[in-house]
Design a protein around this ligand. Sequence first.
Ligand SMILES: Cc1cc2nc3c(=O)[nH]c(=O)nc-3n(C[C@H](O)[C@H](O)[C@H](O)COP(=O)(O)OP(=O)(O)OC[C@H]3O[C@@H](n4cnc5c(N)ncnc54)[C@H](O)[C@@H]3O)c2cc1C
Length: 362
Amino acid sequence: MHDDAAPDWDVVVVGGRVAGALTAARLAGQGLNILVLDSVEITSGTISTHFFRGDGLVRSLAELGLLDAVLATGAPPLRAQRFYADGAARAPREAAQEPGDAGYCLSVRRAALDPLLARCVAGMPGVTWHGRRRVVDLIWQGDAVVGVRDVTGAEHRAPLVVGADGRRSTVARIVGSPVEQYSDGARFMGYLYVSGWDFPAGEPEAEFSVRGNEIAYVFPSDGGTACVAASVAAGRAPSPGDDGERWLRQRLRHHPAFGPRAERARVVGRLVRAPATPDYIRQGAGLGWALVGDAGAHQDPWSGFGMDTAARQADALAAAIAVHGPGTAAMAETYQAARDRVTLERWTFTVKTSGDLSVLLS
Ligand SMILES: Cc1cc2nc3c(=O)[nH]c(=O)nc-3n(C[C@H](O)[C@H](O)[C@H](O)COP(=O)(O)OP(=O)(O)OC[C@H]3O[C@@H](n4cnc5c(N)ncnc54)[C@H](O)[C@@H]3O)c2cc1C
């Protein structure tokens, strides 16, 4: 379809969780007029644990002036971690992973983090935000995307449409973004929240235990909770009718560092089950479009890199736009190269190891 109408916005961002909110915030900081459309009002979380690193999402939050609001949730800065190898009951205290300038990692429940980010970014100068506006189609001019049509039939025109709309991305599907890398999903993850977790040195630290092809985690989080998770080979997932809490307790008993403490902690809520999903990387950009976050690249969650990667991609896209303008061929080429630089290494590590995590022990 050809359409020559003038743009309404500099950029339309489809999806308003981590990838979309950070992209909108970065671009609004450049003085651009941004429209964010999401299918839902972001008042709740999404299925995901939520560990992120000082040099990843924490850095972006700090640069965008959002870190104080996130820390106000009460999530403790995680300045140290422990890694229990192959059934060890004890491990030395280590520095936090990729601590960056902040010097710590964080774990904020998505039910707190996503609405907070949405609220803060929607209030930024230059950002207009509409919830309950699912994008159903794209508007084209020749072979360039020049806008979107939402579920109400309204059209929103811009020289760049950013798909930050997650794994089932409508934008990626309609532009036909080619899959550049692919691997079948290999792992199941289950997680729940506990209160009263005993930390080894009395203060919150992230804890990881790898035993054979299985990893269990404890992420001290906001609200006095700890997120406790286990990732196992897909074939060892609990059956739908199995008692989820019982399944996770069994898994934690397999990790001597966690088993006894898990018995003492109080479970808050039910096991959240995340079945195996394919890993992929799609082409990141083309004329008038770009993909950020899970829309363009998704890896097994065992490594917990999704949000850090989304934050780095948002930064990379904003940098490409600052130099070349939104939606141009040069922007697409520059973003694609930068997106790959901040994505491929962690994606490849995650996907290569997800078949057998025991390689982490060698
Ligand atoms: C079990 C599990 C554990 C994880 N643990 C971690 C972890 O510890 N640390 C970490 O960093 N990452 C983790 N991840 C990965 C992380 O959750 C994702 O990488 C991240 O949420 C991706 O964010 P996003 O903004 O790209 O997409 P999403 O969070 O999927 O958001 C997409 C948004 O787009 C909207 N949308 C979709 N389609 C449309 C449309 N057509 N029109 C308008 N809006 C639309 C949706 O409503 C949604 O709000 C985990 C994932 C899982 C499944």
